[in-house]
Ligand binder design. Structure first.
Ligand code: 6PG
Length: 229
């Protein structure tokens, strides 16, 4: 495990963008998280890496909220609204398609992953999975009340946000842990307690503490988020 700490959220996201741009040279499969943190990353990618050839990257989502793309809650929708689709051509993007029938969204998402992501053993193996951590220790859409998603042999699963009841599709824990590289991108003082509980206390009641990939595990943090480490 490696922990990289930078002064500001901007600098932290800049280094993640740099890592993604380096990856774009050789291509590969990437699964992106949603939420607010990656939006700064996407803005930086648009500003500083718009001329990068992203066409060799096949881009998936770690999780997606089951809402229409035009909804501000849509992870793919926010990706497109910020990262101007021309920057990452549509051919390289495999969003979870919203369907009123959640089981159809789920099966379509699994089909795309199985078609596009090579397997290593029993699970697809992403080259890179970019994760965030919620203040309750969730990651992807694996919440503390749903730790069994680290044991399932499914590739993707339906999940429900414990507070909002929002339905989601998420990668499962075994797929996350089968990745060649997992990067946590966490910024802001609101994450300092949960990062201490995950990284130092290794509190296994927290889903993020179950992320232990076969490949590399790297935390990209700003000083505010890393304050207690
Ligand atoms: C999602 C994310 C989720 C996110 C954390 C952190 O769709 O909400 O995939 O796992 O990474 O909730 O979110 P913030 O970056 O907004 O703190």
């Amino acid at each position: 495990m490696e922990i990289k700490i930078y002064k500001t959220a901007e600098e932290t996201c800049l280094h993640v963008a740099e890592m993604l741009a380096e990856m774009a040279q050789k291509g590969g499969t990437v699964a992106l998280s949603g939420g607010s943190t990656p939006k700064l990353l996407f803005r930086i990618m648009t500003e500083k890496y718009h001329s990068t050839d992203w066409s060799k990257i096949r881009c998936f989502w770690v999780d997606e909220r089951l809402v229409p793309t035009e909804d501000s809650e849509s992870n793919y929708g926010e990706f497109c609204r910020i990262l101007i689709p021309a920057v990452v051509p549509a051919t390289s993007v495999f969003p979870v398609k919203y369907d009123i029938d959640a089981s159809r969204s789920l099966s379509e998402a699994e089909k795309a992953i199985r078609e596009q992501v090579p397997f290593a053993g029993a699970f697809p193996q992403f080259d890179l999975i970019l994760l965030g951590i919620g203040e309750d220790g969730h990651t992807a859409s694996i919440f503390p009340d749903n730790l069994q998603l680290f044991d399932t042999t499914d590739v993707v699963s339906l999940a429900v946000h414990p507070q909002t009841g929002q339905r989601r599709v998420t990668l499962t824990g075994n797929v996350i842990n089968n990745a060649k590289r997992v990067v946590f991108l966490c910024t802001g003082k609101g994450k300092k307690e949960i990062l201490y509980d995950v990284i130092r206390k290794k509190n296994k009641q927290l889903p993020a503490a179950h992320v232990d990939p076969v490949g590399e595990l790297v935390y990209y943090l700003d000083e505010a988020a890393a304050e207690k480490l």
